[in-house]
Structures are given as structure tokens and as C-alpha cells.
Design a protein around this ligand. Structure first.
Ligand code: GDP
Ligand code: IMO
Ligand code: MG
Length: 430
């Protein structure tokens, strides 16, 4: 019986999960997404090609490896269909090695309408949602009114769809939302619905399965399974900076419910962190930099959302948040990405503790959104050189390894790999 290894983000998303999953895929037989949906944007680069995946797992470019969209994921059929087209244009045929859980829930066009209506109703308190319908679709799942992938095979699918859509429209009206002015990709709700319905045909061509049985069978046959997280631990519905979070369980616990595997079947938990920190959308970010250094991180790190194109807020690494994420996830191995972005920096800073009302703490307070948090910063010397010549972890400049060792000692987790460019080939394993 083998175990499910997990790879997930420890910050506010965009840590480089897609790249690292692609790099680790040769070591596994099955790659499975367990939560989130098209709010995710996972970037892969190899042979000069850049590719962004939203719903499809990042193992898809390895033909002989199986990819699974688990029951915990949300599928928006039109976005899924675009993703399939984009893969086909690159010569990848995903129907061969992508299976989809019948229990995964669908995002309807009217979920996207509601996402926009909710955000508008929140005014200044808006979350900065990706507007892909994530919150409303998970709301329907929990309210037991959602529609699942398996339902598209049933005779009463249209009836279920119309009923749910009707409820959404009523709700959007009570929020005083201008439904006629609403657009998705320049299409009205009705126009987009036509495209959405057509996309169901693409979905029907895939193998729709009871993925919990499939994955557990794989484990009993000794196959190696890697669960790919989306978003990050600080966006988790329970432990993130609520309400500035996403609507799913982004932590290791989500793997059990999102794939149907027992806690005892979880193996290694690989947690990814950038060497600094970013956040897209609203909500607390104690180490955020509003100065030229923040702008440099954004420019040099190309910190623009892979899904929405929004510029990401940037700041120093946040150890209290990282320690929290390691605790919640049971992280066994750390992976650090993007130190190369700071190659020219004279100094690199690390937030070791929070100062709240003149008191030092390394705990995330319940009042995370309300209190003023000052980061206590430790300063490191920059390495001031390119990392491109390093072929092994031990060949990294000493200033960088000092910084990395400090992260290890403060989190209590060993760093297993460091990524030094967007490309597949640039990961230094230890
Ligand atoms: P994900 O959502 O966690 O998969 O991450 P994203 O793809 O949204 O954002 C990560 C961005 O950083 C992408 O543009 C990657 O190509 C890029 N990236 C990943 N690892 C590295 C790295 O080590 N160095 C640099 N410079 N860029 C990286
Ligand atoms: P990946 O997988 C970064 C953020 C949004 C918003 C909040 C809620 O690429 O790391 P939602 O659309 O989920 O209701 O938005 O969460 N968010 C992400 N930020 N990376 C992501 O995914 C994100 N998915 C959602 O910006 O603040
Ligand atoms: Mg991303």
C-alpha cells in the first residue's frame, strides 16, 4: 500500500506549485488536484514554452502519467474546454491521461454572475475574488443545492440547471445587480450560457469516474500518487485571513476530503514558499512593501496574476505565517522558489515575529484583519550575483544558504529543493 504525497502552497498562492509539480511528476504515476478550481493559475515552462493551467493538474505534459481532477475541485466547463484547446494546440491530447471525478461540482455561468454581485454588494470590503464563481459554487455544494459533473449524464440535467440558475438570478436581483450589463469575456449571460452548454460535450468525452475508488485502488497497487494543491494555506477557508480567503480547504486535510483518501494514507507533505511573499486580492499582509523595493520584487519577479493579470502585492518572507502553515499541514519538506528575483538586492529582510500593541508574538492573531501588525525584521546580506551557475544546492552563494538555513531553523522543516528560474530544469534538489 503506497501513500499520497502532497504538494501545496504555504503562503497566499502563486508560490510556484505548477512548476514544481511538473518537475516532480516523473517520480509519480498519478497527479491529482483536490480542491479549488479555475481561480488557480499554475505556470509551467520548458523548452521555451510557457503554459498556464487552471483546472487541469500540472502533470498533464507527461503523456504516460495519469492526471485526476478530484471530487473536491470545481469545474467551469467553458474554461475547461479552453484549457483542453490550448493543450491540443501544443500537441497534448488530454483525453488519454485525464480522468475526472463525477462528484466534482460544476460552476454555472450564474455562479459567476453571483460572484460579481456579491463583490459589488461588499463595496470597499470586497475580497478581490478572481470572479470565476468559486464562492457561490462551493456555497451551493455545502447548501446541498449544487450540480455535479456526473449530473451531466442524467436525463434531468437541464431541469436541475434551470432551477439553480433561476435561484441565482433571483438572488442577484435582491443584491441590486445589473444583470443585463454583466459580461463574461465580453459575452452577456445568455450568450455565455450557449458556449457553456456546448462545452459540456467536451467534458462528456473524458473518462468520468468515481475517483475515490480509483485512487485507493492505485494506492493498494503500490502506485505513487501526488496531490497538487491550489491557492495557499493563508487562503484556507478555516485558517486563512478570513473572510479574505478562498472557499475551500487548501491544507493537507483537504486532500482527504477532496480525493477520498484516509488521513493514514498521507505520506510526505511538501510545502512551497517563495523566498519573499506575495498576495493578490484584498486582506492582511503584514510584510507588504509599499516602497521601491516592493515595486522591484513585483517587476523582477513578474508578479502579475496568472489568472487575472492583476499585479501582486509584494513583501518580505513572513515566518509567523510560514510556521503556522507548516503546523497546519504537517509539512515534512520545504521547497523555496524565486530567490533569483533578489539576486541584485543589497539586503534581504525576514519577518521573524509580529509586533502587535508593542508586544512581540509569533502567532497569527484572531484579529488578523483588524489589528495593526508591525513586522520585526531581521536583515541578511544579499548575494549580489546570478544563481545560474549553481548546479547543486551546495553551490549556492553562502549568503543565500545562510538565509535558507535560517528559514529551516525557524520552521523546523528541512529544505528539500530550491528553484532558481521559471524553467523546469532549474530546480536544485538537496
Ligand atoms: P502557482 O499558482 O503556485 O503554480 O504559481 P504561478 O504560476 O501563479 O506563479 C509563479 C510564477 O513564478 C510563474 O510565473 C512561474 O513561471 C514563476 N516561477 C516559478 N518558480 C520560479 C523561480 O524559481 N524563479 C523565478 N524567477 N520564477 C519562478
Ligand atoms: P493559485 O493556485 C493567488 C485569491 C483571490 C482572492 C481570494 C478569493 O494560482 O496559487 P476566489 O476567486 O477564490 O473567490 O478569490 O483568493 N486567490 C488566489 N490568489 N493564487 C491563487 O491560486 C488564488 N486563488 C484565489 O485573489 O483574494
Ligand atoms: Mg497561480
Amino acid at each position: 500500500m503506497s501513500k499520497v504525497d502532497v504538494l501545496l502552497g504555504l503562503q497566499w498562492g502563486d508560490e510556484g506549485k505548477g512548476k514544481i509539480v511538473d518537475v516532480l511528476t516523473p517520480d509519480y504515476d498519478v497527479i491529482a488536484r483536490f480542491q479549488g478550481g479555475p481561480n488557480a493559475g499554475h505556470t509551467l515552462e520548458f523548452n521555451g514554452i510557457k503554459h498556464v493551467l487552471h483546472i487541469i493538474p500540472s502533470g498533464i505534459f507527461h503523456k504516460q502519467k495519469l492526471n485526476i481532477i478530484g471530487n473536491g475541485v470545481l469545474i467551469e466547463p467553458a474554461i475547461f474546454s479552453d484549457e483542453v484547446d490550448a493543450l491540443r494546440q501544443k500537441g497534448v491530447e488530454p483525453t488519454d491521461n485525464l480522468y475526472i471525478s463525477k462528484k466534482a461540482h460544476l460552476i454555472l455561468p450564474s455562479h459567476r454572475l453571483l460572484d460579481a454581485a456579491n463583490e459589488q454588494a461588499k463595496g470597499n470590503a470586497k475580497i478581490g475574488s478572481t470572479l470565476k464563481g468559486i464562492g457561490p459554487a462551493y456555497t451551493d455544494k455545502i447548501a446541498r443545492t449544487g450540480i455535479r459533473v456526473g449530473d451531466i449524464l442524467e436525463f434531468d440535467f437541464r431541469e436541475k440547471y434551470q432551477l439553480l440558475k433561476y435561484q441565482h438570478i433571483q438572488l442577484a436581483r435582491t443584491l441590486n445587480f445589473d444583470i443585463d450589463a454583466f459580461r463574461i469575456n465580453d459575452m452577456s449571460l445568455d450568450e455565455y450560457e450557449v458556449r457553456w452548454m456546448e462545452s459540456l460535450e467536451i467534458l462528456r468525452k473524458f473518462k468520468l469516474i468515481n475517483s475515490e475508488y480509483f485512487i485507493n485502488r492505485c494506492l493498494s497497487e503500490g502506485k505513487r500518487v501526488l496531490a497538487e494543491g491550489a491557492q495557499g494555506s493563508m487562503l484556507d477557508i478555516d485558517f486563512g485571513s478570513y473572510p479574505f480567503v478562498t472557499s475551500s480547504s487548501t491544507i493537507t486535510a483537504g486532500v482527504c476530503s477532496g480525493l477520498g483518501v484516509a488521513p493514514s494514507a498521507i505520506g510526505r507533505v511538501m510545502g512551497i514558499t517563495k523566498a519573499y511573499c506575495t498576495r493578490v486580492g484584498a486582506g492582511p499582509f503584514p510584510t507588504e512593501l509599499f516602497d521601491a523595493t516592493g515595486r522591484r520584487l513585483c517587476e523582477l519577479g513578474h508578479e502579475y496574476g496568472a489568472t487575472t493579470g492583476r499585479s501582486r502585492r509584494c513583501g518580505w518572507i513572513d515566518i509567523p505565517a510560514l510556521r503556522y502553515a507548516c503546523m497546519l499541514n504537517g509539512v515534512t519538506d520545504l521547497i523555496v522558489t524565486k530567490p533569483d528575483v533578489m539576486n541584485d538586492f543589497d539586503e534581504i529582510k525576514m519577518c521573524t515575529d509580529y509586533i502587535i500593541n508593542d508586544r512581540e508574538t509569533d502567532e497569527i492573531p484572531f484579529e488578523f484583519n483588524e489589528v495593526e501588525i508591525k513586522p520585526k525584521l531581521k536583515v541578511f546580506s544579499g548575494w549580489k550575483c546570478s544563481l545560474a551557475s549553481a548546479a547543486k544546492f551546495d553551490e549556492l552563494p553562502v549568503q543565500l544558504t545562510d538565509y535558507l538555513h535560517d528559514i529551516e531553523s525557524r520552521t523546523g522543516v528541512r529544505i528539500m529543493a530550491v528553484s532558481i528560474s521559471p524553467d523546469r530544469k532549474d530546480v536544485l534538489f538537496r
